[in-house]
Design a protein around this ligand. Sequence first.
Ligand code: NAI
Length: 384
Amino acid sequence: MVVEPKVKGFICTTAHPVGCEESVRRQIAYCKEKGMVEGPKKVLVIGASTGYGLASRIAVTYGYGAGTIGVSYEKEAKGKRTATAGWYNTKAFEKLAKEDGYYAKSFNGDGFSKEMKDQVIKTIQEDWSEVDLVVYSMAAPRRTLPDGTAVSSVLKTVGSELTNKTIDLRTNEVTEVTVPVATEEEIQNTIKVMGGEDWSDWIHALADAGVLAQNASTVAYSYIGPEVTHAIYKDGSIGQAKKHLYDTSVALTKEFSDIHLSARISVNKALVTQSSAAIPIVPLYISLLYKVMKKEGLHEGCIEQMQRLFTEKFVKQEVDEKGQFRLDDWEMRDSVQDAIKEVWDKITTENIQEYCDIDGYWEDFYHMFGFHYDNVDYAADCEI
Ligand code: NAI
């Protein structure tokens, strides 16, 4: 079947299997070129199929020589409907990692569920006996709680509503968006979905089963960002969940001090992923950020970020005063943020190409779904 991109708003409903493999290949090639350091050898990645989680999986495999177990929630192909990008990415990663002699097993299903935790623990017991690094990179819109009730996360403000510029991804027009205030219930639900509770549940389940190694580490991902995004991110409903995630890192380190567990947050850079594309205002900020960082020679994608995290900051335990890895260090440089502040108010539909790297945004967007790679023949039939 010939597969074409079908973009609807901030999502593409098709994915190209050959292009997704190309995306994984390129990420692997980047890490191979950067070389190896000493690090954990048995790594569990929760949320391993796209974005930061996939990049983490690749970075530890090719940066430490680690075996990986990956958990994700993706859709298989059905009839003429392609699988999701994460499904193809996972297949491609397993194939390529195994060709290179690395252990790689993947589970597809609800990472919030007890069943998934049990399956993963059983595999660790059978294949590894212990795990020494757990990466928590799940980004989900909803969660089914252990009692069966489903809760959803929202991307809203806290306190007062916010009107700011955004980009309409259907037309590339700069428009105004008013983000509504989250209710207390919505905030609590967002914390349930995107906060640290499930991360903590995973660590407890692994520890209770006796498969969490002495001196093990665990890391979960967060974002802070500049003032222009604070109302929607850091101080918004998602930010409340990220505060909970941070508090969880502190609580886990304390609780599991007997086995010397290190639980930390890595504050990453804002990048185009399937999750960030859904946040109002943020895509406009990202396309401006890309322009400024590329100009300064500081731009990184998910793989560059995760390669730097695991082969540099993690092994050196280079953290800020709150104990967090700061992969947003280059994004938050004064030179970068001053340049963004200077033009934010000036951006309009007419001058967006001048100030923002809108082409770079869309290139990353299409790449996420396996499209727009110059060495893939998109006119050719492929097996979906
Ligand atoms: P993503 O959408 O690319 O990846 C999400 C992953 O979670 C996928 O592997 C997906 O299959 C998995 N997943 C979703 N629901 C699941 C479920 N119920 N069970 C099992 N797996 C499930 O997202 P992205 O952007 O890589 O986000 C990962 C983390 O990084 C999140 O915590 C996010 O807040 C954080 N982050 C993202 C930034 C960005 O700009 N994209 C910046 C800084 C932090």
